[in-house]
Design a protein around this ligand. Structure first.
Ligand code: BEZ
Length: 245
């Protein structure tokens, strides 16, 4: 029987806008001090239920295949499961040596995979959701920005493999909002119109409705403007290049 304190620890859920909980951990790429080691970069910290399971294997191969694309957007990947280091090493070796999925093979996972046999990190990040499993982490995805703030969280159940195009889309959309002070509408992708901040006065609302420039207003509270795809990608990807230099 868990004590109240243990129960609270397991069910603690960091929220959007919180600073990413700190931890030190052993990974398949050596020790990390999180999030300090990633200062100035975005990080996607994600959990999976267990090594040597099929959905997780398909996800790791897909994420490893896309790692370079995420890195170019100034974003590092860090995985976690409630398994030990040797299990992680053996699983990643098996993936590289034996597994084919969706046209991918010989896939090497180069990003760190945290061993969290004590569940210390999983508990801090609300990755154990006892209704789903008391011993395995759910499929959590934490988007942490370059200042160490949690910007978005997605949770999936054990049986559902994640959509990595959506994870990349969300990352680029949040970076675009930061860089261009805009919001992004449903299903937005670079090149699509963006949403300008809401009118803050009756005067601005009136001006918006009569605007003859590039602004398109469905109504005073819903105005969009074009934002060139190359401008978005140049800014985000060039920034990464400059940071790396
Ligand atoms: C899987 O990755 O295949 C899996 C892991 C835990 C529960 C169900 C499926």
């Amino acid at each position: 029987m868990e004590t109240m304190q243990e129960q609270e620890q397991i069910t603690a859920m960091p929220r959007i806008g919180d600073k990413a909980p700190e931890f030190k951990a052993i990974t398949t790429q050596g020790e990390i001090n999180f999030p300090i080691d990633y200062k100035g970069e975005w990080v996607i910290l994600f959990s999976h239920p267990a090594d040597f399971t099929p959905v997780c294997t398909s996800e790791f191969m897909t994420f490893a295949h896309l790692e370079d694309k995420f890195n170019k957007a100034n974003c590092k990947l860090v995985g976690l499961s409630i398994d030990g280091l040797y299990s992680h090493i053996a699983w990643l070796r098996t993936i590289k040596e034996k597994i084919k999925f969706n046209g991918m093979k010989n896939v090497e996972v180069k990003f760190p995979l945290i061993e969290d046999i004590t569940m210390e990190v999983a508990k801090k990040y609300g990755m154990i959701q006892p209704g789903e499993s008391k011993t395995q982490a759910v499929r959590a995805v934490f988007f942490i920005d370059s200042k160490g703030t949690i910007r978005a969280i997605i949770y999936y159940p054990l049986s559902l493999g994640r959509n990595f195009d959506e994870i990349y889309r969300a990352l680029i959309a949040m970076q675009t909002s930061d860089e261009f002070s805009v919001a992004t509408p449903a299903d937005w992708n670079p090149g699509d119109d963006v949403i300008v901040s809401p009118a803050g006065s009756c005067g601005v609302a009136e001006e918006r409705m009569n605007s003859k420039d590039e602004l398109k207003c469905e109504d005073w509270f819903f105005c969009t403007k074009p934002l060139d795809k190359d401008e978005v990608l140049d800014k985000i990807l060039k920034k990464t290049k400059l940071l790396a230099e």
